[in-house]
Write a new protein. Structure first.
Length: 84
């Protein structure tokens, strides 16, 4: 499921529809349509629950890009470009 959300900046001027969930923290504000709230909350909780494992891997010297799979994606993308 691809969630639809609206990220708001300090200068954003937009209407938020009735029923939208508004979440805010030091990183910013997001407006979530009601049909996406449960999915996104569960995804966020799962990510939070995974933090201790990620921190342990970082403390062990593993790079964040490797942990999240970004190194592999970049390497594959570069190889695909070289084949063109």
């Amino acid at each position: 499921m691809a969630a639809r959300s609206t990220f708001l900046s300090a200068s954003a001027r937009m209407a938020i529809l009735p029923g939208y969930a508004i979440l805010a923290d030091d990183s910013g504000v997001v407006a979530l349509p009601p049909e996406d709230v449960r999915y996104l909350a569960e995804m966020g909780i799962a990510r939070q629950n995974n933090y201790p494992k990620v921190y342990e891997r970082l403390r062990a010297g593993e790079k964040q890009a490797d942990i999240i799979g970004m190194t592999k994606k970049i390497t594959e993308g570069f190889a695909a470009q070289q084949r063109k």
